[in-house]
Design a protein around this ligand. Sequence first.
Ligand SMILES: C[S@@+](CC[C@H](N)C(=O)[O-])C[C@H]1O[C@@H](n2cnc3c(N)ncnc32)[C@H](O)[C@@H]1O
Length: 259
Amino acid sequence: MTKEKGQPQAYGDESYWDNRYSQDVGSFDWYQRYGGLAPLINMYMPKTNNLLMVGCGNAVISEDMVNDGYQTIMNIDISQVVIDAMIEKYKDMPQLQYQRMDVRSLGFKDGEFDSILDKGMFDSLMCGSSAPTSAASMIKEVRRVLKPGGVYMLITYGDPRVRIPHLKSEEAPWEIKLHVLPRPGSKRAHEGTSRPITEPVSLGEDLTLGPTFKLEDPDLHYVYVCIKRGGNAVKRPSGDAKVDIKLCAKSQLISNYEV
Ligand SMILES: C[S@@+](CC[C@H](N)C(=O)[O-])C[C@H]1O[C@@H](n2cnc3c(N)ncnc32)[C@H](O)[C@@H]1O
């Protein structure tokens, strides 16, 4: 997906997605496949969780998660075209449910889900018209349908300076953990890294990530794990208090962030 600044607004439009899915009958996973994300998803989202996948598109990630033991995933997307195709494709996989829904106005009860996964959905809203308003409506809805202690995981190309301000909540703050992983096929991915992706990255108060990461690095994807305060339903990563020395040379770097 292209960056927000100066880019066309099509990714935020329902008609754009309906058109795209009418022409493209295959499947496609934006940014990352389940294999690359599984350590993180498994760490924060127990397989018994009641899960919501927002902006599911025609990605295979939900199927891969069910094959890995996840029990129920509700998938929503604004495009009726893709929802119809996915209902047909997965008619023999009852663990996967699909409904056409706008993430800015979710037809679910308060606190209905333990976990919400978003891979590229928030990013597409950020490419639309009225992006800040859409983002605020989405975050409000996501918080509403999450249980206390539940987790909203956002997988995005957006670095902390362009994402953290939008994740702010008018109600109680989130606890946010940030993980960084290389874009598949990129130079960074080929070089490999000694640090596991399950280790959160420290975030400076100025929303930088220390000397190792350049913000706006096109070879990186960011995973924001936003934990709704007020419950203990979430399994915390065992190493979440550890901070990578290389990434945290400066004392102003902090391991958790609250907005
Ligand atoms: C970049 S694609 C990501 C698809 C999929 N999550 C993946 O990882 O491959 C963004 C998806 O968000 C959907 N979308 C856009 N605006 C939406 C909205 N307001 N509510 C729900 N889905 C929306 C689009 O139809 C599209 O399928």
